[in-house]
Design a protein. Structure first.
Length: 90
């Protein structure tokens, strides 16, 4: 039973590494063509602590964030993730 579990874990790890390497290679090809990066508009907020465990939230504006067109993050957050998380809190 242990032998099967170790085999499955090794195969799973190998599959994850393989998917990451394929994603990195595809992203490098996109960067070479000039389409590896994109931008997403993100709303930024500032949380200021107040007395009595309260907080004040201020809208700081909309910023353009650079993202990578890939499955995993490569030097920037992936565009698919950043497009779903358009609020940034500081």
């Amino acid at each position: 039973m242990k032998r099967i579990v170790w085999l499955v874990l090794r195969l799973l790890l190998a599959a994850i590494v393989l998917v990451y390497l394929i994603d990195w290679t595809a992203w490098r090809v996109k960067v070479a063509r000039g389409t590896g990066y994109g931008t997403v508009q993100v709303d930024e907020y500032l949380s200021t602590p107040l007395k009595g465990n309260k907080a004040e939230y201020d809208f700081m504006g909309t910023q353009s964030h650079t993202c990578s067109h890939s499955l995993f993050p490569h030097r920037a957050a992936p565009c698919w993730w950043l497009a779903r998380h358009t609020s940034h809190w500081e």
